[in-house]
Design a protein around this ligand. Sequence first.
Ligand SMILES: [Zn+2]
Length: 197
Amino acid sequence: MTVHPKLWALLKRWIHILDHTEFYAMWEQIKAKSPASFLQYMEMNWMHETELWSAIFRTERSIFQNSDTNMLVEAWHHLLKGKFMQGKRNCRMDHLIYTLVRQAMPHFIQRHFTQEHGFAGGDLEVQECLHIEELAEKITADDIEQSDDEENIFHIQSQTQKDLCYTVDLNAYDCDCLSFPKILMCKHLSHLVEPTS
Ligand SMILES: [Zn+2]
């Protein structure tokens, strides 16, 4: 991905395209830019089952359906099994429902309540998001420059190093700064998505 930055940028936009014609038009562009080995890899492994990954087929899905598996689901499974069901392997359905309604739900309601009122901190992701929003407020319009040739691409000057600039791509919804990969959000993207000044 670092050897072919243009190809990588195209690929990231490509998977989000919703329109059939646009999708295949960009595939032609990708083919033109790809080394033969990558092309062969794509054709052998991915192109015959585009319906499994391309956004042109994955429409009208909620944010929860889009995250088929993720660490949150695993964390929840761990909590349910280890804490609420005390590690029991089998459980009667009525007992499981009782556990969910009488123990798990009050647990989450209580947690949201305490977080909301500042008695307990948010989880790491929430904390990081709040921190990012705070930092995003320091970015001013003068720090931002829109790309001449591409819509939705912005260059934002670093707040700490004035000779440094980061590129935010609103199509791919990413930024090339060092903080971005941590929770797939950073102050630059946050500032453009939810402008504060
Ligand atoms: Zn950034």
